[in-house]
Design a protein around this ligand. Sequence first.
Ligand code: MG
Length: 160
Amino acid sequence: MTEIRVGQGYDVHAFGEGDHVVLGGVRIAHERGVLAHSDGDVVIHALCDALLGALALGDIGVHFPPSDPRWKDCDSRHFLRHCRALLAERGWRAGNVDVTVVCERPKVAAHAPAMRANLAQDLGIDLDAVSVKATTSEKLGFTGRGEGLAAMAVALVVRA
Ligand code: MG
């Protein structure tokens, strides 16, 4: 029987000055940026937390503390590849992953294929094992008011 683990992750960043956001490693033009130490990629941050959570390895803040200048403006795909390596060191790999982005704007659905391709590449898994979905929150709450954006992720982790 295949040994499996499951983890979940959640991340939020507030909008701030800027002209783009980065989601799933894809740069998307927007009239606002996000306040973040790294590139503020909520898709990848939530996904990293899901992968780390599956093996009870703490969270992204433990592995990439915002206090560390190495991660300033860092491409979050580096975090994801590092999480893949942490799994591999322990004999595990991502099975399938599923991410939901929550925001009113920018519209992200059209960028989902490019995000999926990035995530699949960084995790070394098939494209059909990587899902990226998008929803609004019907104008409710902080995402609804356009104050920021959020992402939720679940990851299945299997023996490599
Ligand atoms: Mg974050």
